[in-house]
Write a protein that binds this ligand. Structure first.
Ligand code: EPZ
Length: 422
């Protein structure tokens, strides 16, 4: 298994081109199931999750083509659906593949999707997805670990209030409702920029969706959707990660192509800690101002709150800030798996349920570490970049799921970092 080795303590300086958002790209790929015509996605990130979902979609009969010169353009053509079953060995690699259920029901009136298992960061049930699809008229049953859905008369619009804010359920129901008969209102919807991006693509395909990005989304179902060409929005989590890499190493990084507007609360927390953030006309620059950073408290929240996907990275920054920082995780019940590894690097952190108290230390020390999910792994990379001595991060496949060319991008800013193939 590959490892990443880092010799820490070097301030990172330079620019990093931000990729298209993984968490938008995946849903946009699924949206191609809704149309017989090709959907072309530009600015696609080259990450392993995209490839895993591609496998799921190809198995359903979607023809997927990358532009030969650049893998940034992907065309997905679901001219006909060859299979309405997404089997376990494909779904388990890629949790977001459960989102094919609604589009298949809308288009083919039946679908079988293996229930994705729990995952490292928490139980992550799909009850809200099911409740919403049932409200749209589908019958969903669970048998042998598979969700079987039927909608013999097609889906019909409904007024649905999500019992809890869920990004995936909002996107799933928006896609299904786009082809339902009549109007759907989604209340208590998630407001992430990726949801507005998906709605923009669906509308370009001929859907009639209003309000995506706000907490009430209105969808007027249409009979069919066409193809479209759509550019994936920049990855705000990748942007925030590199801003924190600059903060953790006393450096200065310009994230080109990034949008500061999508990171408001995160950037405010960094500024409060003493990081200078400037919105340039090419993107966003993060620069550590003079002196040691100050401890800042955060609480993860649905958008526009502080993103749970940046909590681990922020903790790596707080590990060497001056003072005590309280970090509260409210979205997932088990998202502190980076803490025991940070402790091995000399951090002083105590966890009580969903909250962590971080007492900043002067310096972290390099160590061999490993983590069990994407953001926890990148948190350890940041800690390694800031630490004295060598850090070796194991289980690099977690990073490959969501960070495009991470080692190259950091090395271009002066990091002493290399990937070692075992
Ligand atoms: C998306 O996951 C992202 N994944 C996650 O990013 C991100 O952490 C999360 O949203 C929150 O921002 C993708 O977009 C592919 P949710 P999702 O439904 O949609 C509970 C990363 O690192 N819930 O908003 O699965 C759930 O357990 C990943 O890139 C239910 O109880 O998240 C969680 O506690 C990890 N029942 C909370 O809601 C349901 O039916 C929010 O989950 C659905 C969710």
């Amino acid at each position: 298994m590959d490892k990443i080795a880092i010799e820490g303590g070097i301030p990172l300086k330079g620019e990093i081109a931000i990729a298209g958002a993984k968490n938008a790209a995946l849903k946009l790929m699924v949206a191609s199931l809704l149309s017989e015509s090709p959907v072309t996605l530009e600015n696609m990130p080259a990450v392993a999750d995209v490839e895993a979902l591609r496998g799921v979609l190809e198995n359903l009969g979607v023809a997927v083509a990358d532009e030969v010169e650049s893998r940034r353009v992907m065309t997905l053509h679901a001219a006909s659906i060859a299979s309405t079953t997404a089997p376990y060995d494909l779904v388990r690699k890629m949790r977001a593949s459960v989102l094919v259920l609604g589009p298949l029901l809308a288009r083919c009136r039946e679908a079988t999707v293996s229930l994705p298992g729990g995952c490292a960061i928490g139980a992550r049930p799909v009850d809200i997805h099911i409740l919403g699809l049932e409200a749209l008229g589908a019958e969903i049953g669970l048998e042998d670990g598979h969700l079987h859905g039927r909608a013999p008369d097609g889906l019909s619009g409904a007024d649905i209030t999500l019992p809890r804010i869920s990004v995936g359920a909002t996107e799933h129901l928006m896609m299904a409702a786009a082809l339902a008969r009549g109007a759907t209102t989604l209340r208590n919807a998630a407001r992430e920029p990726e949801i507005a991006d998906l709605a923009a693509c669906l509308n370009a395909m001929g859907a009639e969706i209003d309000g995506a990005g706000a907490d009430t989304i209105r969808i007027r179902g249409v009979e069919r959707l066409d193809g479209a060409t759509h550019g994936v929005l920049p990855d705000r989590i990748e942007t925030g990660t590199y801003a924190m890499a600059a903060a953790a190493t006393d450096g200065e990084i310009e994230m080109t192509g990034a949008s500061a507007a999508h990171l408001a609360e995160t950037l405010e927390a960094l500024e409060a800690a003493g990081v200078e953030i400037s919105d340039t006309n090419r993107g966003v620059t993060a620069r550590r101002a003079n002196g040691r950073l100050a401890a800042v408290d955060i609480e993860t929240r649905p958008y526009p709150g502080f993103a749970t996907d940046l909590q681990a990275q922020f903790m790596a920054v707080m590990a060497t800030a001056e003072g005590q920082s309280h970090i509260q995780e409210t979205i997932f019940e088990n998202r502190f798996m980076h803490v025991p590894e940070l402790l091995r690097m000399g951090a002083d952190i105590r966890v009580h349920g969903g909250s962590a108290i971080v007492n900043g230390v002067e310096r972290l020390l390099g160590a061999p570490v490993m983590a069990t999910d994407l953001r926890a792994s990148v948190c350890l990379v940041l800690a390694g970049l800031a630490a004295r001595g060598e850090t070796v991060v194991n289980r690099v496949y977690h990073l490959d799921r969501g960070y495009e060319r991470l080692v190259d991008k950091l090395a271009a800013c002066g990091a002493r970092i290399e990937r070692r193939t075992a």
